[in-house]
Design a protein around this ligand. Sequence first.
Ligand code: PLP
Length: 420
Amino acid sequence: DQNLADLDPDVAAAIGAELHRQQSTLEMIASENFAPVAVMQAQGSVLTNKYAEGYPGKRYYGGCENVDVIEQIAIDRVTALFGAEAANVQPHSGAQANAAAMFALIEPGDTILGLDLAHGGHLTHGMRINFSGKLYNVVAYHVRESDFLVDMEEVERLAKQHHPKLIVAGWSAHTRQLDFAEFRRIADEVGAYLMVDMAHFAGLVAADLHPSPVPYADVVTTTTHKTLGGPRGGVILCKEGLLKKINSAVFPGQQGGPLEHVIAAKAVAFKVAATQEFRDRQQRTLDGARILAARLSEADVAAGGVSVLTGGTDVHLVLVDLRNSELDGQQAEDRLHAIGITVNRNAVPFDPRPPMVSSGLRIGTPALATRGLDVAAFTEVADVIAIALRGPIDDADLAELRTRVEKVAAAFPLYPDLEA
Ligand code: PLP
């Protein structure tokens, strides 16, 4: 058998270049993280060869005795981690977890109430050309223009007016905690299911650094690759009484064979997420985001500095508000890219600029916390970003900032034992 470099040097070279990019730049995309080598080993294992339609003990293929063990470990670990009654660990992604949860709970044509995409919601919470927007009658709630917090009075008003079958709480771009008890109260008042999509903040929940939606929601969905730091994938947590419906919505409703190699990697990630070391890392993630918010907010807006939505953060990300800056989101993203910091531009609520340009940046700290950054290092990164996002800047300034970024990257080596 040939190894990858011999069999396919083109793909091998691109993977090597990607390893080098991850090692030499600072990854601050809020939805990204670095999976432990053990997680990647499980994901790159012989389990990729196995068909296992069905669930542990009830498969439609022979030879499933080993994958049964692995999938059951993953289920047991994730239910224990989050204190959930039941779990399905098969969704290939967060979007598929959400699709399966919706297929299980409601019928096409039913009404769903979710956070507007432009206000921080996810595509699967009702965007027009996503399956959620095509299959369901979507009503969107928003954040308030005064403080950028979710307007729970509007949620209640819309729920009473439209009688949704499902209320979705959760976000892709938001910096404060949601009031799950209030969402539950409103859902009960109108007889709706409550689904919480904790894809972004699941790692913080696992570390007890963010309130858990599990006691309040009928169904909780998550990805496993964001703050949780595992392989790319999805999970559905639910009450025991809903498990049969959820399982049949995932398979055969939506998927064929489960990705048992990814499920093994999820199991490893859940083991890691139950450790004190993981909790410390989530604390550094939060500390880093707070430092970033504070240093960026201290920048003088009148002197070309930027501000931060909601004035701070309770989670792993900061939303930079560029509505009053001469830089738009695209230019700010490009400027940080030029100095070796990777972020994504993001529309801010009530954004005057078009979505492709936008007036915001979403900057997250999970990947750098995984790399080991501490308070001092996050302070240095925050200062570099604050300088980079000030008005005009020349090539010499950019080169100096790039050097400061390289120093941080070198001080916190990533995957030192992997070869490019
Ligand atoms: N849910 C939320 C809140 C997300 O932010 C995302 C990803 O960005 C998803 C679901 C979808 O996850 P995936 O990209 O794995 O489909």
